[in-house]
Design a protein around this ligand. Structure first.
Ligand code: 5GP
Length: 193
């Protein structure tokens, strides 16, 4: 079992509705030493890739992506959730359905910060149905940039996002893949990797 799987077993809480709460160490209160370890682990897993930018989505992706960008020594860009009706031509725009909030967010990145020269590593905290990752992939493609890989802290393997992204041929690395979780007993089962 790796360091993140151990921490999930210790402090993760299984909620009804297929939600895993990790807010005591990952996306509300943050364990900085753990985030640093996550940054190093993604750097190791994508060491053979020429990365020029790390891309994530606000808000909780930022904390995971920050140490990754620091390890690669490249800028971190985060896609912003925009409420503005008037979207100008200087933005890449995509609509993303939120798994946790069940609403649709319009998500934008300024054209200044992604270009066809970029080799992008996409990072996020969770992968469920894959809407967030597919939105981020589409922003990179709109910029004619290259998706070099995708890194996820926690993939919920019983939802089909991971399968869909891998079937599209992308290099997807998840530090922990939860294959089953039980809201009654709190039991969490990880996929052997
Ligand atoms: P997807 O777009 O893959 O369906 O869902 C991914 C997004 O939903 C992530 O960015 C994450 O913020 C949120 N999310 C999905 N599942 C969970 C979960 O079990 N726990 C938490 N805390 N967030 C989740």
């Amino acid at each position: 079992m790796n360091f993140l799987e151990k921490r999930i077993l210790k402090d993760g809480i299984v909620k009804p509705g297929n939600v895993l709460k990790v807010d005591s160490f990952l996306n509300h209160q943050m364990d900085i030493a753990l985030l640093d370890e996550i940054g190093k682990e993604f750097h190791r897993r994508f060491a053979d890739k020429k990365i020029t930018k790390v891309l994530t989505i606000e808000a909780s992706g930022i904390a995971i992506a920050y140490p990754v960008a620091r390890e690669f020594g490249v800028p971190l860009v985060f896609a912003k959730k925009s409420k503005s009706i008037n979207i100008d031509g200087d933005l890449y725009v995509v609509e993303v359905e939120s798994f946790t909030h069940k609403n649709i967010n319009r998500v934008v990145v300024s054209k200044k910060f992604l270009s066809s020269d970029d080799h992008v590593l996409i990072i996020d905290d969770f992968l469920a149905n894959g809407c967030a990752l597919q939105g981020l992939i589409s922003l990179v493609e709109d910029a004619n940039a290259t998706v070099e890989g995708l890194g996820i802290a926690i993939e919920k393997g019983f939802q089909d996002g991971g399968m869909r992204i891998r079937n599209l041929g992308y290099h997807l690395e998840s530090l922990a893949i939860v294959d089953a979780m039980d809201p009654i007993t709190g039991e969490i089962t990880f996929r052997e990797q």
